[in-house]
Design a protein around this ligand. Structure first.
Ligand SMILES: Nc1ncnc2c1ncn2[C@@H]1O[C@H](COP(=O)(O)OP(=O)(O)OP(=O)(O)O)[C@@H](O)[C@H]1O
Ligand SMILES: [Zn+2]
Length: 724
């Protein structure tokens, strides 16, 4: 506690590691975690009273006073420690991490709601509109203004007139609760034996109120959601809170509806698509412990839970959990940290866990719960490969005859088929038939992707858009431009020719004006209103399409051979996920993988269903090569508009790296995508043994190394997931 005149250290939301000293104003005491307004140079900013650095002697008598303490819940000790942890781990200044925890409370409080009930007197003049309002209020209850207007269809002026006449009385309503309480007994699931065993284990861990990490591994459709819902119920039963993290929360109403089917209400949603005032209300509700369950994107980790008992990371293997700008943190890993700091249970759920989590389970750092079968006696889809070298379609086409036949059978049987291709647009490359000119982005080392619906060439890295010209810009020949390779739009064209009667839906994020529209289309598919779906990876994740019985993967090899150390793992996960959409309803499902390399271990593992040998092989490769989780990695990317400057600095930096026999510094080399948005990218990769204090090493190195100046930027990525 700091008294008036004493010095406090304030963390400010700026890109600095240090705190700033201020004096406590008269008439105030300040506690660590208090949110305050201070002036910093010419401007005002919001900061947090910090602790943890020890008490610093007042360095000057000319310290400024804190302006005021804000009437918002203080940042709790566990949140302050979490911020420091994330900052230390990701090498991001503490102020920048703290900023994520302070995003919502600065928002203005919501306006009070207005309601009406019947007043004492009769109005002199009774119009039909007035009669409708009075009729609606005749039940004697208070009705909210908005609802009253909606129900009666009158203009607000009509109500104002009735208020003036004394026939209606305005009432101030308490603000709407941030979220409704889940009803734990609303519709308790009847679990299978395996599910019940897993649920009991998790429930008991939540009740124990100790940190425990569990990998919940269950095949697609095994009911992992139903199982962890029981752990959520236990957290709420104990009066605590639960956080469920989902990689695509903004896209799926289905998850929210399933929660509602179990608990009677939807959980509170937290992601960038939630309106600002709603977010502010939630933030405060969560800090006060009034919001029991939050379903959120990775940023939900920084919410001020008052009593967090459980964190669930669904689809824990998903690379969307890695934030690729700002503080580069992996939300799955930080979820484990967050849980440990508050003695909560953490559950990582997946049908195809990350190698990292599998190894943690093998080492006994995580418990391992397994659901080996689909719920309700349903079988996993039968998976087969189509060898495109012998069984492929004619040139310029992408759907093999055998896949086309399977689609035809599926549609004829009244079922739904999905053709999966993880590539947006019409064609990934356009070239001139005559001179070979290829369309490249002027700002990036990337081909422009033709989007035929939008009639443009688009860069998927910077968004650069240009119309498709009739003439080749290089040789000026007309009508010589040819698309190379397929995107989903091109598959749709082929499908239209093959199955003219099918009701086809294309699910690709760029084809929808809003996420709301996209959500609606996903629901159309779930209802079975379309019989042929063409989709990118957004259809692969977590959806339940009960009518879907066939999944055709157009290019199963697409993610392989990228040079990314996780290419095989990712392909296995993505294809496991997407084929797992088939046969979740009453009828069994099947999947066909179009591949030029059907003997590849990934294809073989999917076809045989022998997941274990895939993991064993992949883990052995990692161990042998010292790749994560058997070794540690970091990447340093140096960016500048001037290639020479980037390269010179990268070399200086590499030269300044302190010698350590255990560590390897690779590069500098040009990043695979050498230029993005006009900035050249040079990269250094660090590889170290598992127990190496990589962050300490980098901190010491950068402290002694030359500093970037001018346009030059240095991006540090600990445990990088993206090597592009
Ligand atoms: N105990 C149960 N009672 C009734 N329905 C269940 C039960 N368990 C699972 N289901 C149903 O089975 C389907 C699959 O369950 P769920 O989506 O939880 O599986 P999952 O393991 O999360 O699958 P995926 O990894 O593919 O997302 C859902 O429709 C779910 O409602
Ligand atoms: Zn570009």
């Amino acid at each position: 506690m700091a008294n008036p005149g004493e010095v406090v250290e304030i963390m400010l939301p700026v890109a600095l590691e240090r705190t700033y000293s201020y004096r406590v104003p008269f008439g105030n005491v300040l506690m660590p975690g208090d949110v305050v307004r201070v002036t910093l140079g010419p401007r005002e900013t919001v900061g947090v009273v910090w602790d943890g650095d020890g008490v610093l002697p007042a360095s000057s008598n000319r310290l400024k006073y804190v302006e005021e303490r804000l009437a918002v819940p203080p940042l709790r000790e566990d949140m302050r420690r979490f911020i420091e942890w994330v900052s230390n781990w990701t090498l991001t200044p503490r102020g920048m991490v703290m900023r994520m925890a302070l995003r919502a409370p600065e928002l203005p409080p919501e306006k009070p709601r207005l309601g009406y009930r019947l007043g004492g007197s009769e109005p002199e003049r009774l119009t039909p509109a007035r009669r409708r309002v009075l009729g609606h209020l005749a039940d004697g209850f208070v009705h909210e203004k908005k609802a009253l207007i909606e129900a009666t269809g009158v203009s607000p002026g009509v109500i104002d007139g009735l208020v003036d006449a004394g026939a209606v009385t305005p009432v101030a309503l308490p603000p709407e609760p941030a979220a409704r309480m889940p009803d734990l007994d609303f519709a308790a699931a009847s679990l299978s034996e395996a599910q019940a065993r897993a649920a009991a284990d998790l429930t008991q861990k939540v009740a124990a109120r100790r940190f425990a990490a569990t990998l919940l591994e269950g095949v697609t459709g095994s009911g992992k959601t139903e199982v962890y819902f029981e752990a959520v119920a236990e957290a709420v039963r104990q009066g605590g809170q639960a956080l469920i993290m989902l990689p695509e929360i903004a896209l799926t109403n289905q998850f929210l509806d399933r929660f509602a089917a179990r608990f009677g209400v939807r959980p509170a949603e937290w992601h960038s698509g939630v309106a600002a005032n709603k977010r502010a209300r939630l933030w405060h509700g969560i800090a006060k412990g009034e919001v029991a369950v939050v379903a959120g994107a990775r940023s939900a980790l920084f919410l001020p839970f008052a009593d967090l008992r459980l964190v669930v990371v669904d689809e824990e293997h998903d690379s969307a959990y890695k934030q690729e700008d700002g503080p580069r943190y992996h939300a799955r890993d930080m979820a484990v940290v967050r849980a440990r700091l508050v003695d909560a249970a953490v559950v990582l759920a997946s049908a195809t866990p990350s190698i990292e989590s599998r190894v943690n389970a093998d080492r006994g750092r995580y418990d391992h719960l397994i659901l080996p079968e689909r719920f309700g006696g349903r079988s996993l889809p039968a998976i087969a490969a189509i060898d495109m070298r012998s069984g492929g379609p004619e040139r310029g086409r992408f759907i093999a005859p055998r896949l086309a036949e399977a689609v035809r059978e599926t549609i004829a049987a009244g079922d739904q088929a999905l053709l999966f291709l993880n590539r947006r647009g019409y064609a990934p490359l356009t070239l001139c038939r005559k001179c070979g000119h290829r369309f490249q982005c002027p700002h990036c080392t990337a081909w422009l992707v033709e989007h035929r619906f939008r009639k443009s060439l688009v860069c998927h890295h910077c968004g650069h858009t240009a119309p498709v010209p009739r003439q080749c810009p290089s040789c000026e020949a007309e009508d010589t431009l040819t698309p190379c390779g397929p995107g989903v739009e091109r598959i749709a064209e082929e499908v239209a020719g093959l199955f003219p009667q099918a009701h086809t839906v294309i699910l690709s994020s760029d084809l929808f004006a809003s996420t709301e529209k996209l959500k609606q289309e996903l629901e159309t598919v779930a209802r079975g209103d379309a019989n042929l779906v063409i989709g990118t990876q957004l259809v692969a994740k977590g959806h339940n399409f009960p009518h879907l019985t066939l999944v055709g993967v157009i290019d199963a090899d697409l993610g392989l051979g990228t040079g990314d150390p996780r290419a095989a793992e990712r392909t296995f996960q993505l294809l496991g996920q997407v084929t797992g959409r088939a046969g979740r309803g009453d009828k069994p499902g099947r999947a066909l993988l179009q591949s030029y390399d059907p003997g590849h271990p990934v294809m073989q593992a999917l076809i045989s269903g022998d997941k274990e040998s895939f993991y064993a092989r992949e883990i052995a490769i990692r161990a042998q090569a010292g790749l994560p989780p058997y070794g540690r990695m970091a990447s340093l990317t140096i960016l500048d508009e001037d290639r020479a400057k980037a390269e010179t600095f990268a070399r200086l930096l590499a030269k300044a790296a302190p010698f350590d026999a255990a560590l390897r510094v690779l590069g500098p080399a040009e990043a695979p995508i050498a230029v993005i948005r006009g900035r050249h990218r040079m990269r250094l990769i660090l590889q170290a043994p598992r127990d190496f204090a990589l962050q300490d090493y980098i901190r010491a190195w950068l402290a002694a190394a030359p500093k970037p100046t001018g346009q030059l930027a240095l991006e540090i990525d600990i445990d990088p997931m993206n090597f592009a």
